[in-house]
Design a protein around this ligand. Structure first.
Ligand SMILES: [Zn+2]
Length: 105
């Protein structure tokens, strides 16, 4: 989806839109990796270890464990990261995303 948007924005000469779509694409790739790991654990009959997850309020970049000093997507400082959903929520979202299960009410 985003590569097509980037291409179209570039053709229109809209640099701001190109940047926005590139950042969104970067974050979605990271989310895809997190979902894949959660789904892999689940299909192996394991749960993810409980732990913290931080979300960058600037771009949505999501990090398991500790918040980084600087966001790798847009360079926001650590203070922009807020503790987010737990690992369990990641598994639930992965199930919903994959169509295997449904999120809890
Ligand atoms: Zn960020």
């Amino acid at each position: 989806m985003y590569p097509a948007f980037i291409k179209e924005a570039r053709a229109e000469g809209n640099a701001k839109a190109v940047e926005t779509f590139r950042n969104a694409n970067s974050v979605e790739r990271i989310h895809y990796e997190l979902y894949s790991k959660a789904l892999e654990s689940l299909t192996a009959g394991k749960d993810l270890a409980a732990g913290s997850m931080y979300v960058c309020n600037d771009c949505g970049h999501t990090v398991m464990g500790e918040a980084p000093e600087e966001c790798e997507v847009r360079g926001a400082s650590r203070s922009k990261f807020k503790e987010g959903v737990s690992c369990l929520m990641t598994v639930i979202e992965a199930l919903s995303f994959s169509g295997i299960g449904r999120p809890m009410p």
